[in-house]
Write a protein that binds this ligand. Structure first.
Ligand code: SF4
Length: 293
């Protein structure tokens, strides 16, 4: 049996470099330098996130498939694969996606540039990687579409935070490089996860107020915000570079251990070892074709 690694060993054995590219999900671990190094080296708890995010991941994959097939593809296999022994979520998702198709059938009249496009672009000396949910053209202007599944949202708080959301700006910057054109903004496409245990109650709520389950926010990206983001990204990437080159110490940031979300490495940091964690070679799972489909 292989020896359980300590946190210090795992950090000292870092093999990640920025030459491999950086995605938004790895960047989002930069809240704590230790978290970043663990995350960028593929340390995670097996399947811990899969179960927690199954509904959102399934929904996202369904939308990806629908937009790729111009709303003609079937999502039955996708839903079945996520909810093998979970009949209630299988039905909820099926009803939700059917209602989505009907509600947003007009989306197919838009001029889509691309859906679920994987990008790998150079920004200054850095390689940015990721996948954009959708790019569409409206009145000769380019817009991103971003799908999100939420259980609960506080609309005013979300709307304010979206005006400088780093995920949106990361994708907008990549799209700007790909298309050589300014990105006007993003259509933030929200699907609300039904909080119902009864199918009957859910269908009634869906019929009564369909928009409640599929709200959209249109956020424009102003030039100043994008300029600030680029400055911030440059700073962040050079700091990451310095930590990777060991010019900067990977100090911890305990502000992010517990809060809205509990850090997935909390027990590892507390015990100083990685019991229960595994190391994945693929540190960019979001760039993998979903389930090989
Ligand atoms: S638990 Fe806290 S110190 Fe440990 S990696 Fe997460 S944020 Fe950093």
């Amino acid at each position: 049996m292989s020896k359980v690694k300590t946190i210090d060993e795992a950090i000292n054995e870092n093999t990640y470099t920025l030459d491999a590219g950086i995605t938004q999900s790895i960047l989002s671990c930069w809240s704590c330098r230790r978290k970043f190094l663990l995350c960028a080296n593929g340390w995670h708890k097996p399947d811990s996130q899969d179960a927690k995010f199954a509904f959102g991941n399934c929904g996202h994959e369904c939308l990806e498939h629908l937009y790729n097939t111009k709303f003609n593809g079937s999502v039955t296999d996708i839903i079945d694969s996520y909810f093998i022994d979970d009949q209630i979520n299988k039905e909820l998702m099926t009803i939700l996606i059917d209602a989505y198709i009907e509600y947003y059938s007009g989306d197919m009249n838009n001029e889509w540039f691309n859906t679920e496009e994987e990008f790998d672009v150079m920004y200054n000396k850095y390689r940015l990687r990721g996948k954009i949910d959708g790019v569409l053209k409206v009145d000769n202007k380019l817009w991103l579409m971003e799908h999100k599944f939420f259980s609960r949202i506080q609309e005013d708080v979300l709307l304010n935070s979206l005006t400088f959301n780093s995920q949106i700006l990361f994708y907008a910057l990549a799209a700007e490089i790909i298309y050589g054109q300014k990105i006007e903004g993003v259509i933030y496409n929200i699907v609300r996860k039904p909080q119902y245990k009864s199918i009957q109650n859910f269908t009634k709520a869906l019929d009564t107020d369909t928009h409640h389950f599929f709200p959209r926010f249109v956020i424009t990206i102003n030039d100043k915000v994008m300029m600030d983001y680029k400055t911030m990204l440059n700073e962040k990437l050079s700091e990451i570079d310095a930590v990777l080159d060991r010019f900067l110490y990977p100090y911890i940031n305990e502000e992010f251990c517990v809060g809205k979300y509990t850090c997935e490495y909390l027990d590892a940091c507390a015990s100083r070892n990685l019991i229960g964690f595994v190391q994945n070679d693929n540190i960019f799972p979001e760039l993998t074709t979903n389930n090989g489909r």
